[in-house]
Design a protein around this ligand. Structure first.
Ligand code: GDP
Length: 177
């Protein structure tokens, strides 16, 4: 049915990455356009939703986003968390090489145990901290390309590229009829 305002496709989205890379902050920026300097930012709910337009039509994607609920700290819980996710955002912090290595492990885990067709965005966050950068754009981009993932540089703090990243990811999600 061609409802007024277009069709809305629901999509389960998860954020993966080491602790402290800014996963909750990216969600908070995307859903509420807010930022908090506090660590372990709680978004107030375990589940949040946000609708984004698809460029080529009136259709939209409604992301249903599950908070990690600490699953990055309790790795055994992670599969429960990303089960059935059609889209994933794997995040690292450009000031932490360890988190970049961690992000690569998350990609590997997702590709072996996640949904076969999961769409992945590889996200270099905290790009406002350019002076403290230890992972170059080139390194991040090269790895993303090799793994056939979209690559983004974001800052949840300044909001740089956050909305755009979610919108671009939405375009990559297969649409159901
Ligand atoms: P999570 O554990 O991956 O969910 O990370 P959080 O969202 O809790 O963020 C961890 C810390 O990094 C918090 O103190 C945030 O305020 C901070 N943070 C998150 N994103 C950014 C960013 O883009 N830039 C800067 N400078 N700090 C950030």
């Amino acid at each position: 049915t061609a409802a007024v305002g277009g069709r809305v496709t629901e999509c389960k989205l998860v954020l993966l990455g080491d602790s402290n890379v800014g996963k909750s902050s990216l969600v908070l920026r995307f859903v509420k356009n807010q930022f908090s300097i506090e660590q372990g930012t709680t978004v107030g709910a375990a589940f949040l939703q946000q609708v984004v337009p698809l460029g080529d039509s009136e259709d939209k994607i409604q992301f249903g986003i599950w908070d990690t609920a600490g699953s990055e700290r309790y790795k055994a819980l992670a599969p429960m968390y990303y089960r059935g996710a059609e889209a994933a955002i794997v995040v690292y912090d450009i000031t932490s090489f360890e988190s970049f290595e961690g992000a690569k492990r998350w990609v590997g885990e997702l590709k072996t145990h996640g949904q076969p067709q999961v769409v992945i965005a590889f996200v270099a966050n905290k790009c406002d901290l350019e002076d403290y950068r230890v992972v170059s754009s080139q390194e991040g981009k090269a790895y993303a390309q090799e793994q056939e993932m979209a690559y983004f540089e974001t800052s949840a703090k300044t909001a740089h590229n956050v909305w755009q990243m979610f919108v671009d990811l939405a375009q990559l999600v297969p649409r159901k009829d």
